[in-house]
Ligand binder design. Structure first.
Ligand code: SAH
Length: 396
């Protein structure tokens, strides 16, 4: 966090500055010639090309293969003022877009010039996720910068185990300062949702699907809805409130389903909903055999792969659930299908779903190509910032 007056210098090998100059902030170990000056893992270093020209500054950590992500391209200290400026800019972007509400993503890592940091706001709680060792040391500065966020009184650290192992830090899962509520209520359009701050998935709620839930709700009236990988039934609640005749939610986590049940009641739609706990692959197959049919299906699976090597297995998984869903659709039915795997490109995803449609023997029309909500902005030069892709399909 606290930077020395003369930060250490990370020198890139010759010819390894291309990606950085093209607007991408990542530096891999193999691209580093040497790090000179006293450095400590997690502290900021200046990044220079092989001609010693300044490229920017970021936290250096020799442990993961991704050793540095540039936080700034200016010769400036990474201090409290830096974090305040970045958070202010992130808020200004969202204010201008009308995205400031009691539940939104405040900071989205690289896309907000803060690689390794995610902040989500849920009512009076800001959930802070640090993904790098350097960022964990800056958590107090992040909390201070967030003080401009009106209505937020509590801060909860919710780091990922995976990032902790990769970067070599003890993931924080707990309150920073005074403890806040274990659960809060947020609004999303016409619905209200309970969000588990302590022990929830991700940072508590899938804010990235907000706009897609609204889209699905717009199509739900008079339709039978199947919400696969439903988590706390957010799609189902939105669909039912918008007039779906019935909704079935499939979800493997009993904790998520317990909250789903309460969310359905909170929105007065529990009488039209049915929760099925289990593995979606098995349940979809059983439903197909049992002759269940739906007019609107949402497939929102977890990332089936976090690595490039497991891509083929992931593709098989995506294809199977899409095939099953297409078979469960009535004539004229609609499928909203998603992938949040970083390693599956929009083109890969389209190809997988195309193959599923071919196997199902149906013609599908693309009503819309979908992506993450706008409070998860995308940098064109950093494709990794766009991770959620989806297709809204109609069986014709
Ligand atoms: N649609 C949800 C978010 C879904 S996240 C929303 O809008 O809030 C993916 C969900 O799939 C998680 O809740 C996870 O517990 C669940 N899940 C993971 N693997 C599963 C499986 N094999 N079968 C059923 N659910 C699964």
């Amino acid at each position: 966090m606290a930077e020395r007056s003369a930060p250490a210098k990370l020198l890139l090998k010759r010819g390894k500055d291309g990606r950085v100059r093209a607007g991408h902030p990542w530096i891999y170990r193999g691209e580093v010639a040497e790090v000179v000056g006293g450095w400590k893992a997690g502290e900021a270093v200046s990044v220079l090309d092989s001609q010693r020209r300044f490229l920017g500054r970021g936290f250096y950590n020799p442990r993961p293969s991704l050793v540095c992500r540039l936080l700034t391209r200016r010769d400036e200290p990474v201090d409290g003022a830096f974090f305040r400026g970045r958070v202010e800019a992130a808020l200004a972007l969202r204010r201008e877009a009308g995205l400031v509400s009691d539940a939104f993503r405040v900071v989205w890592s690289e896309a907000d010039g803060l690689p390794g940091l995610v902040v989500d706001r849920y009512a009076a709680v800001a959930v802070i996720r640090c993904l790098t060792l350097g960022m964990t040391a800056c958590r107090p500065l992040v909390v201070e910068a967030l003080s401009s966020l009106e209505g937020v009184a509590h801060y909860y650290g919710h780091d990922e185990e995976v990032a902790g192992r990769l970067e070599g830090f003890e993931p924080l899962q707990g309150w920073i300062g005074d403890a806040g509520p274990a659960e809060v209520e947020i609004r999303e359009g016409p619905c209200r949702f309970l969000v588990a701050i302590e022990g929830g998935q991700k940072t508590g709620f899938y804010l990235d699907q907000r706009e897609n839930r609204a889209l699905v709700a717009g199509l739900a009236r008079g339709r039978r809805l199947l919400d696969v990988f439903g988590y706390t039934a957010a799609f189902a609640c939105q669909g039912l409130v918008a007039g779906a005749t019935r909704a079935v939610v499939i979800e493997s986590s009993p904790e998520a389903l317990a909250l789903a049940r309460r969310n359905l009641a909170l929105n007065s739609v529990a009488d039209r909903a049915e929760l099925r706990e289990g593995n979606a692959f098995d349940l979809l197959r059983a439903m197909e055999r049992g002759g269940d049919r739906f007019d609107l299906i949402v497939l929102d699976p977890p990332p089936f792969t976090r690595t490039k090597t497991a891509l083929e297995a992931a593709a098989r998984g995506y294809k199977e659930i899409n095939l099953r869903a297409l078979r469960l659709l009535s004539a004229g039915g609609i499928l909203a299908t998603f992938s949040c795997s970083h390693h599956v490109s929009p083109a890969d995803f389209e190809e997988i779903v195309r193959a599923a449609a071919a196997d199902a023997g149906v013609t599908v029309r693309v009503r819309a190509a979908l992506t993450q909500s706008r409070d998860h902005p995308v940098l064109l030069t950093v494709p990794e910032t766009r991770y959620l892709k989806g297709l809204l399909l109609e069986v014709v």
